[in-house]
Design a protein around this ligand. Structure first.
Ligand code: GLC
Length: 740
């Protein structure tokens, strides 16, 4: 063949090759094939670059190959304002104000997975618009102590409720091409010494209580990322842990996504390489304020790791596994050309915020039907700092720069207009500040009056009011509902108890609305006719609270955690396990979860304590009757299911929604088991007088406990009982059945 012919052939091959899209960029090829092709093309420095942060909230792509940088941001309730490249302070953008959605404890309190789906979709759209490829949320750590500083960011005390409520949020967000990074995996149940706590817990409690919500997030929702927690488990930090990450998450659960460190959660290079960490963020910071500046090349998975490979201390086996996972994350997000554009602060997002809040607010007590506010009311006194204080700023990394936040006072004034005179009295002074990470509320809540003066003013103004509505509770300041510390006790702060007692003595028409993410003691409970749990509900707080208080929205929320009368009624405190015991080196504090599986109502049933309000409790302005429980069979085969049906009737005078709850009791077992455990629920909307059948199906897993001898789930044949009702302390319908 002459030279000319050879040249023409080579040219043809070359042109043909150029015309062909390389596999890693060819959207017609399977992702796994594209990952392998990209991996082959990447240099060692490029592989190292994608597994650690390059700024506070971003990590590198592979620009040479066309992979964009990867951006993430907090948090579970809304997209955090942009911070400077290497600072915690906000960048002062003018285009990053967001919708602040209700805190996840409120979402859980809706007991309505449809609300979770709306939430994940709306938050995903806000993230897309803001250019965020991954949201650092949701959080599903179990509510183990009412002192927990971040309980407001999580979904309560029950693993089944949290498992059902976390899945749609993740599914809908990821449908938009935004990764969910479910957190904080795992056993990060208090804040006080979160970087030093080594949790000691039984395998049963780990698998039956603390892991199920993460398991559902990974195996049902298919979360693309998960965040390791700061604390230790079996003496290894959870951001690089051979048991929780390598064994449970990646081997047993077959997780194919990325393990992200919490900011500053990686502590040691060899462990970071070998124990399951895939993306290192925020090293040498406490995750809130300080941080070594521009240390990114010194991160454990940066130069130190690259040098160790070059020196032959590691092959690229672990590195390639990390990079495959990161490339998979890229193909799911930044390389997904079909991703929509997203929206910021759209009306549909505000509607979602209002709906979730309206369905999550819990009517705890309503003696004499004091609520809803009657239409002939002429004067209302609103009392309390929490009626005016912005709650979307503060609380730690979930702090937001909301486009607006309607306060409870403003919400009531807007709703009641000029037909009702709405007066205000401060009542108490709590946290007059209002700024976090450079975001300021702009409110000046300073007030130098004494508690006596403030109480006297409120009592005086209460005279003659048709309603006195006190908005009290906690706030997002340090040692309240805030990341980094826990509360010091369970009581209301700022002498609010005195204020409540004084108002209760002055009027019989007192409503107390508790704004918090946690339970508080209520020694005055019997003296206050109406009590409402208002949560932290974000931008639309005032509108949602006014809607519920006036009856525009009939409350249907149920408590996602037990409301104990005191800390002594909580296993973690009754057994004196919290906050743990410091080791001699003062570097690690061992916290043994001695209560085991007996968390929340499980502890209540075991100890027969009497909580202020029970798990699953929540009233309505109407009444419901749950009756006629029947099962489609009395025997369940081991691979079968059993369906229970009850009839629910709205026996009251207004439309409303009820949450039918099904608990299972193992009447005879070889191991100690809780008296009952939530295993199914369904919210049903009924018009006044309407009646519907509700069917709830369970399978063998619902009857199982974690068998520590086989390290697997086990359901023992024998008798069980299903208990059905509308709260853990109100289960009038019972039926026995047998597992063959
Ligand atoms: C914080 C939090 C974590 C957050 C991260 C980034 O310390 O623990 O929830 O996503 O750091 O702000």
């Amino acid at each position: 063949m002459n030279r000319k012919t050879v040249f023409v052939c080579l040219l043809a091959v070359g042109l043909q090759a150029m015309a062909q899209t390389p596999v890693y960029l060819d959207e017609s090829k399977p992702v796994e094939q594209r990952i392998e092709d990209a991996l082959k093309r990447m240099t060692l420095p490029e592989k190292i670059a994608v597994i650690h942060a390059q700024s506070k909230f971003s990590s590198a792509g592979v620009k040479r190959l066309g992979f964009p940088d990867f951006w993430t941001d907090d948090g579970p309730h809304g997209v955090r304002p942009d911070v400077l490249w290497d600072e915690w302070e906000q960048a002062g953008q003018t285009n990053d104000s967001c919708v602040a959605f209700p805190a996840l404890t409120c979402l859980a309190a809706t007991w309505n997975p449809e609300m979770s789906a709306l939430y994940g979709h709306a938050l995903g759209e806000e993230a897309l618009y803001r250019g965020k490829d991954m949201i650092l949320g949701p959080g599903v750590n179990i509510y183990r102590t009412p002192l927990g500083g971040r309980n407001f960011e999580y979904m309560g005390e029950d693993p089944y409720l949290a498992s059902r409520m976390v899945v749609p949020y993740i599914q809908q967000m990821q449908k938009l091409g935004v990764a969910s990074c479910v957190k904080h995996y795992c056993l990060n149940n208090d804040e006080e010494y979160r970087h030093q706590v080594n949790v000691i817990v039984s395998d049963r409690a780990l698998h039956e209580i603390y892991l199920p919500a993460f398991h559902a997030a990974i195996t049902e929702a298919g979360a693309w990322a998960i965040m390791g927690a700061y604390n230790l488990y079996k003496n290894e930090h959870n951001c690089h842990n051979s048991i929780t990450l390598n064994k449970i998450l990646k081997k047993d659960w077959k997780f194919d996504g990325v393990v992200v460190s919490d900011w500053g959660g990686a502590h040691e290079t060899d462990q970071a390489v070998k124990n399951g960490l895939d993306m290192e963020f925020g090293s040498w910071t406490n995750g809130l304020t300080e941080g070594a500046s521009n240390a990114y090349e010194s991160y454990h998975l940066a130069k130190p790791y690259e040098r160790a490979i070059q020196e032959g201390r590691y092959t690229t086996a672990e590195l390639d596994d990390k990079v495959r996972r990161v490339l998979r994350l890229f193909y799911r997000t930044t390389m997904n050309r079909q991703r929509p554009y997203g929206f910021l602060c759209s009306e549909s997002h505000y509607e979602t915020a209002r709906r979730v809040a309206g369905e999550g607010i819990v009517l705890l007590q309503n003696q004499g039907g004091l609520l809803p506010i009657r239409s002939d009311a002429k004067r209302i006194l609103v009392v309390g700092e929490n009626a005016i204080k912005m709650m979307t700023v503060g609380g730690g990394s979930s702090s937001l720069k909301a486009q607006h936040e309607i306060s409870p006072l403003d919400g009531l004034r807007q709703r009641l207009g000029n037909q009702v005179q709405v007066d205000y009295a401060r009542g108490y002074v709590g946290d007059a500040t209002g700024s976090y990470n450079g975001v300021t509320t702009g409110q000046n809540l300073n007030d130098n009056r004494s508690a006596d003066q403030l109480i006297a003013e409120a009592v005086e103004k209460a005279a003659g009011a048709d309603y006195v509505i006190l908005f009290g509770g906690l706030n997002k300041s340090d040692y309240q509902d805030c990341e980094g510390h826990d509360r010091k006790n369970m009581d209301l702060p700022y002498e609010q108890d005195r204020l409540v007692e004084a108002l209760a003595a002055a009027t019989k028409r007192l409503v107390y609305v508790n704004i918090s993410g946690n339970a508080v003691t209520m020694p005055w409970k019997s003296k206050v006719p109406a009590i409402v749990q208002g949560w932290f509900i974000g931008s639309e707080a005032g509108h949602a609270l006014a809607a519920v208080l006036t009856g525009d929205v009939n409350p249907s929320g149920k408590l996602p955690f037990t409301w104990p009368a005191s800390l002594q009624d909580v296993g973690a405190h009754a057994l004196d396990t919290y906050p743990g015991t410091w080791r001699a080196d003062k570097k690690v504090i061992d916290e043994e979860y001695k209560e085991g599986i007996y968390v929340g109502y499980r502890w209540v049933d075991k100890q027969k304590t009497r909580p202020t309000f029970a798990f699953g409790h929540g009233l309505s302005y109407t009444t419901f009757k749950i009756a006629n429980l029947r099962a489609d069979r009395t025997q369940m085969t081991s691979d079968g299911q059993i369906t229970f049906t009850v009839n629910v009737t709205n026996t009251g005078s207004c439309d409303g929604a009820e949450v039918v709850q099904l608990y299972v009791s193992d009447l005879k077992s070889s191991v100690d088991r809780p008296l009952k455990e939530l295993k199914a629920f369904q919210k049903v909307h009924l018009r006044a007088g309407e009646s519907k059948d509700v069917a709830l199906t369970i399978d063998k897993r619902a009857l199982s406990f974690w068998d520590e001898t086989t390290s697997d789930w086990k359901a023992e044949p024998g008798q069980f009982q299903a208990l059905v009702g509308n709260a853990s302390d109100n289960l009038p319908c019972k039926i026995k059945f047998t597992l063959q």
